[in-house]
Design a protein around this ligand. Structure first.
Ligand SMILES: [Zn+2]
Ligand SMILES: [Zn+2]
Length: 359
């Protein structure tokens, strides 16, 4: 990477994308393209969907705001799935397996045809609202939760939300402003570091900058584009992203334990911690079943986020961003090699990360 003028692009996202539909931001185009091949039928169905979507507006400050159909999907889907999952154990298993398959499938579809979708952001927001609603309306009135426990959970949730909000609000700071390619302002350091040129927007950018096709911007020290927050994680919001992961895991696990110890038969672990023991009769009452399903959803989410957090910790220790990791061809063998130009040892890599330095 170091030395000379480098031209690169975002290889991983560019591959496999034949056509960019990002300018046609209606779900109508996605559905129509996925189902029907004929151009006239695509346009006809897309037209119908666009008309329908055009009428979907909510009152907003400064005028009614249009809602896209893909943003609306999680708001409809999640309560429906929660209702089905709360019927019995088999429904719960079926719904949780289906969610994983559907999300994976929808991710691939959206990334191909509608990369700027708000579907995943709305999924995150809907999950938070539903989980908190179930907890406050169904679990707390069962009188098993202490006010202090409820307060601690709310603090975790608010802290995680505040971090997530800052991740989004600081994301534009990662975007490299336009610079004249003939100008030397893109150079960083005192002549030691090199300038590079983004192959997509032909902009002079600092090292470790990568183009994001979804944000349509060059992102400094880009780690990845987080669809759940609908923004890129890079130099100015990476620390906040890791913090939001940690706080979310704490909130999810704590909320799940509080819920399960309320709706299931609890036992004491080491005479201090209350843990759920027997949950076999939760499906006898719909409200209790709904609480149980919410708690299981929290634990599934916490497990997935824990995996992501471990991955982030490994990359930070190695002094690499997720983008650099993915672009390396022999990633499976690299942890033990020392060909990382920006790595300065585990401790200094963490200090660099915590102090939000670029190198
Ligand atoms: Zn670029
Ligand atoms: Zn992005």
């Amino acid at each position: 990477m170091a030395g000379g003028l480098h031209i690169y692009g975002e290889q991983d996202l560019e591959q496999g994308i034949l056509r960019d539909y990002s300018d046609k931001s209606t779900l109508g185009h996605v559905i129509a393209n996925a189902i029907i091949k004929g151009t006239s039928q695509v346009e006809r169905i897309a037209g119908i969907m666009s008309t329908f979507q055009d009428r979907l507006r909510v009152p907003w400050r400064g005028g009614a705001k249009q809602i896209s159909m893909d943003s609306l999907l999680p708001i409809v889907l999640q309560p429906l799935l929660a209702y089905i999952a709360a019927q019995n154990l088999w429904c719960t298993l079926l719904v949780f397996v289906s969610i994983h398959i559907c999300i994976f499938y929808m991710y691939n579809i959206f990334m191909k045809f509608l990369p700027r979708t708000k579907f995943f952001l709305m999924w995150t927001l809907t999950s938070i609202v539903l989980l908190m609603t179930v907890f406050e309306i169904n679990v707390v009135p069962l009188m098993e939760i202490l006010p202090e426990e409820n307060f601690v959970l709310i603090v975790f949730v608010v802290a995680a939300l505040a971090c997530a909000y800052k991740v989004r609000s600081r994301a534009p700071l990662n975007h490299v402003p336009y610079t004249d390619p003939t100008d030397a302002t893109g150079m960083v350091g005192n002549g030691k570091a090199t300038e590079e040129v983004c192959s997509v927007c032909r902009k002079r950018v600092p090292p470790r900058t990568f183009h994001c096709r979804i944000c349509q911007a060059c992102v400094t020290k880009r780690d990845h584009h987080c669809v759940w927050f609908d923004c890129c994680v890079g130099e100015h919001n990476h620390l906040l992203f890791v913090l939001s992961l940690l706080l979310s895991i704490l909130a999810l696990v704590y909320g799940a334990i509080l819920t399960l110890t309320t709706v299931c038969h609890p036992i004491f672990f080491m005479d201090i911690i209350l843990l759920p023991d027997d949950c076999s009769d939760v499906y006898h009452d719909f409200q209790i079943a709904l609480c149980f399903v919410s708690a299981v959803y929290c634990l599934v989410l916490a497990t997935l986020l824990l995996g992501l957090l471990c991955n982030q910790c490994m990359l930070i220790s190695l002094g690499e961003t997720g983008q650099e990791w993915r672009m390396s061809h022999s990633s499976c063998c690299r942890p033990w090699m020392s060909d990382r130009p920006y790595s300065r040892g585990v401790l200094r890599n963490w200090l660099t990360f915590v102090s939000c330095q670029r190198y």
